[in-house]
Design a protein around this ligand. Sequence first.
Ligand code: NAG
Ligand code: NAG
Ligand code: NAG
Ligand code: NAG
Ligand code: NAG
Ligand code: NAG
Ligand code: NAG
Ligand code: NAG
Ligand code: NAG
Ligand code: NAG
Length: 561
Amino acid sequence: MDSFNRWIWSMAAVFVVLVATTGAEVIDLRWVVASDYTLWTSSLAQRVITINDMFPGPLINATTNDVVKVNVFNKLDEPVLFTWNGIQQRLNSWQDGVSGTNCAIQPGTNWTYAFVVKDQIGSFSYFPSINYQKLTGGFGPIRVNNRIVINVPFPKPEAEFDLLIGDWFFSDYKVVRPGLGVSVDVPDMILMNGKAPYGYSKSISHESFNVTKGKTYRFRVSNVGTTLSFNFRIQKHKMVLVETEGSYTNQIMLDSLDVHVGQSYSVLVTADQDDSDYYIAATPKLLNTTDDSPLVAKGVLHYANSGSSVGVSPPSGPDPWDIEFSVNQARSIKWNLTAGAARPNPQGTFNVSNVTLSETIILHGSEANISGLYRYAVNNVSYLAPDTPLKLADYFVNGSGVYQLGDFPIQSVKETASFGVSVVGATHKGWHEIVFQNDLLSMDSWHLDGYGFYVVGFGDGEWTIGSRSTYNLYDPVVRSTVQVYPKGWTAVYVFLDNPGMWNLRSQHLKNWYLGEELYVRVHDDDPNPAKENAPPENLLLCGMFGEPMAPSSAPEPQSGA
Ligand SMILES: *[C@@H]1O[C@H](CO)[C@@H](O)[C@H](O)[C@H]1NC(C)=O
Ligand SMILES: *[C@@H]1O[C@H](CO)[C@@H](O)[C@H](O)[C@H]1NC(C)=O
Ligand SMILES: *[C@@H]1O[C@H](CO)[C@@H](O)[C@H](O)[C@H]1NC(C)=O
Ligand SMILES: *[C@@H]1O[C@H](CO)[C@@H](O)[C@H](O)[C@H]1NC(C)=O
Ligand SMILES: *[C@@H]1O[C@H](CO)[C@@H](O)[C@H](O)[C@H]1NC(C)=O
Ligand SMILES: *[C@@H]1O[C@H](CO)[C@@H](O)[C@H](O)[C@H]1NC(C)=O
Ligand SMILES: *[C@@H]1O[C@H](CO)[C@@H](O)[C@H](O)[C@H]1NC(C)=O
Ligand SMILES: *[C@@H]1O[C@H](CO)[C@@H](O)[C@H](O)[C@H]1NC(C)=O
Ligand SMILES: *[C@@H]1O[C@H](CO)[C@@H](O)[C@H](O)[C@H]1NC(C)=O
Ligand SMILES: *[C@@H]1O[C@H](CO)[C@@H](O)[C@H](O)[C@H]1NC(C)=O
């Protein structure tokens, strides 16, 4: 407990030095997280998680290297944590907002996240990370804009629109949570920016965007759902793909785009059709639907001089069961090697053809039956969150009594399914190859906090060493969430240059909640404190380090914003 005591005594002396970065700003946000009713029709209402009375939550609009402070007031009746999906939290896993890095913010209290969006650009989202709350809202968009001095690789669009699309259940998270089981959960609806599809209700409005003929717009599309991948398209309009989760991509022209759970993309759309109204649609993958199903998200692209409303049918898209279409599209999404990036890769180049791999990690995501309990597992280990966040245990007591490095099998599947506190110790500054193997019949998607994946390959069946010959090592796109097709594999490279305790998880909420996750501990023996941030001044303690803070009498904010 030595370092813990030292830390307690030094708290009074702690001060934060923000490295002055030219032009960087401090974005100070105050969020009141609560739950409120939203109407789907004049008679169908449901409680959702709101932030400052908004559902979805407000945009975080930052620029590379800005400091973002979010003072979260928890007015829910249970603990909450927010995670910043794709924001890398350089040297700062203290702000990551998952159960392994932070004690939860208790009801009736507030806590301030403070982080720098260091060397990043792009489109991301945030959402609640514990207690299955994401099922019922609390999500919102994040933009990280280029600094003025860094060129954006396309002309400035007329306007930018955040478009959060996700599947939705009419059941409350608290009702669903205890009964999660083997049954297949088919969502009830797909929402666009928190709104039901066009035509679902006569009295409640759908999502709509106004455009002017001849102008080009940037849509930042995120899948904030829990279960379904979707195909996104705009009637009669082509899209130019330009960015995904912080990488400028090769600018390919698309009729439609598959977006998997937890992913974000930017597309440019030019209003080059007759003045009219057009459907913006998202249809689920691996599911049969009809045009009028609420599982087809429908919004409207409204031209300024349009005199007509949309027709009966949304535009048709690819066969939802055509995996080959989806895989081919995924393979065609590459990094634009000539577009400026906020930060080149550590070799100073963007290709990974000559990197030396220090380790290969093979992760099987599957269902498991542990003493009659239905769970999800990675290599047959179902993650069980300890009371003490791993990051606190790591910092104060070197993990002792909370997790044990070396327990988790990184290349094999345990013969018997079990619960475990899975933490993989990984070489700092090593290149790692991670193979995600999907043993399920459904789509999966994987996300690593703290990093971007270099997405080098997709394939069918079991990955083998021979699969490497199919990799794209020349211009793999770099992103933080990658899909894994049913009974298939996805391979990524990752360069572990960001010390910390990082969550590696399925973005599918049920899989995640029931154990399909682990942590990667990237440790640097060098005690130089400049390497990894010290714990923040407002660090919350819980588990073996103390009780969670009792509800405090923090002054109540007057309003949102
Ligand atoms: C976001 O921030 C940028 C840079 O400060 C600004 O130009 C833009 O208008 C902001 N957008 C929104 C929607 O607030
Ligand atoms: C809670 O909010 C108050 C005022 O709004 C602020 O001064 C305080 O730092 C916040 N507490 C934490 C732990 O962030
Ligand atoms: C979009 O256009 C419609 C009518 O053309 C108008 O009623 C509405 O206010 C406009 N919305 C915005 C956000 O400009
Ligand atoms: C890459 O970005 C540059 C601008 O930096 C652009 O001119 C070029 O067309 C892009 N290349 C591809 C293949 O999209
Ligand atoms: C989906 O529809 C197709 C064609 O209409 C049909 O062949 C297939 O059996 C359906 N699949 C399921 C799972 O219902
Ligand atoms: C990839 O990068 C290496 C240096 O790491 C360079 O030698 C090689 O030419 C690059 N390959 C291509 C195809 O650009
Ligand atoms: C990269 O690897 C290729 C083949 O593996 C090799 O021929 C080439 O010399 C390497 N380039 C560099 C810059 O190391
Ligand atoms: C799960 O395992 C229990 C025994 O521990 C068994 O009784 C039960 O049938 C199993 N359930 C499934 C769905 O395989
Ligand atoms: C911390 O634990 C690791 C193994 O988990 C061990 O290798 C290391 O020596 C320990 N460090 C200290 C300072 O005890
Ligand atoms: C995972 O564990 C279960 C028993 O708990 C076992 O039946 C199954 O074969 C294991 N999976 C693999 C791939 O070994």
